[in-house]
Ligand binder design. Structure first.
Ligand code: DNO
Length: 357
């Protein structure tokens, strides 16, 4: 293999309120792009061009590329298939056009009803004294969003909902089947993918995290069979995925190495979230990136990506809190920077072994 393949190393940054600065991020070896979003606009609304341009200027001034958005969130009315979805989809298309005009190449989003990533504890103490995010099924089962007495808060949820609103939106989903959600996703994709294609932006859906149903709500972006189905809903290279190793890998049923190889070969992985998890009988714990710290074979996943021509964006995902750092759970500087360095090392070794530079 002669040609040098490039993965573009990136790092999530939550904007000017983030304790982790662009200067910090720039000093991580091999760093290419920032992954960010406009955070102060309600879900479903159009992002002001000035906000997008401002983020771009900060990023470029810091010597980094502004090429990846995570996320443009999808309004619940789109997922629920309500009449009002057409206006929200129009706004979504406008956001694609706007970020594309600022140079964005890849947009990450998800199609999870109500709850984005779900964990039961954000500061579980691991053996080495670091803390990490964990998911224990019995703790999830103890929280029923339809019972007012129960504590409705779990980490990772959208805190802008009041308890009543949350109950209401969850109730709306209770009558929805997986097939309904598929058909609402298809409707959405049929409208947005042509716009993405025209703007030359890659859409990259994030798998459901964890990759199974919670509270009886439908979840569909969960496994190989469903990803195959997803890619066929609109069979266009701009309709791709964010391969999130931790989201897929928390279920022993998913062969993440196989999926990395298969979807990279199809040219449909536009973004990769790399993190390791320890799979347990009753859930999972997030661990350091190194393969031996968890259940996933990170080397084999990277090699599958490399061997199958992956050239997209990749970022270290959630890190533990180490060395006394405090901040946004999963998104501190130190352990994610260690993760980035580990990913660089894996890639360099794989590349050199393959005869590259
Ligand atoms: C969690 C993240 C997710 C992800 C969204 C994409 O840390 O991986 O919140 O950004 O699901 O839309």
């Amino acid at each position: 293999m002669n040609s040098t393949k490039r993965m573009k190393l990136s790092f999530r940054w939550y904007g000017e309120d983030d304790k982790v600065t662009l200067e910090n991020i720039r000093q991580i070896p091999g760093m290419h792009s920032i992954v960010t979003a406009v955070y102060d606009v309600p879900v479903g609304e159009v992002w002001p061009m000035e906000s997008i341009e401002h983020l771009k200027k900060l990023t470029v001034d810091a010597g980094l590329h502004f090429e990846v958005i995570e996320s443009i969130p999808v309004h619940e009315d789109i997922k629920l298939g309500k009449k009002s979805r057409d206006q929200y989809i129009e706004n979504y298309c406008e956001n694609i056009r706007r970020v594309a005009a600022a140079g964005i190449q890849c947009i990450c989003y998800n199609f999870m009803p109500v709850f984005d990533w779900t964990r039961t504890q954000l500061d579980h103490k691991l053996e080495d004294g670091s803390t990490s995010l964990v998911y224990y099924q019995e703790q999830v089962d103890a929280v029923n969003p339809l019972e007012s007495e129960s504590d409705l808060t779990l980490p990772g949820w959208d805190s802008s909902y009041t308890r009543e609103e949350l109950k209401q939106v969850v109730a709306e989903y209770q009558s929805m089947t997986e097939e309904d959600l598929w058909s609402n996703l298809k409707y959405f994709l049929e409208k947005i993918i042509p716009v993405a294609a025209e703007c030359q932006v890659n859409m990259a859906i994030h798998e459901d995290d964890p990759c199974w149903s919670i509270f009886g709500l439908p979840r569909i972006i969960t496994c190989e069979k469903n990803l195959d189905k997803f890619l066929k809903l609109v069979d266009d290279p701009h309709n791709g995925i964010t391969l999130c190793t931790g989201s897929l890998g928390c279920s022993g049923h998913n062969d993440v190495v196989k999926m990395a190889a298969k979807y990279a070969a199809l040219g449909r992985i536009h973004f990769v979230h790399m993190r390791n998890v320890k799979v347990l009988d009753n859930g999972f714990e997030e661990r350091a990136h190194l393969s031996s710290c968890g259940t996933l074979d990170m080397y084999a996943i990277m090699k599958a990506l490399f061997d199958n021509g992956f050239e997209g964006y990749i970022r270290p995902d959630h890190g533990r809190m180490i060395w006394g750092e405090t901040g946004r759970p999963g998104y501190g500087l130190y352990d994610r920077a260690l993760g980035a360095t580990y990913l660089n090392g894996l890639w360099e070794a794989i590349e050199k072994n393959a005869g590259g530079n």
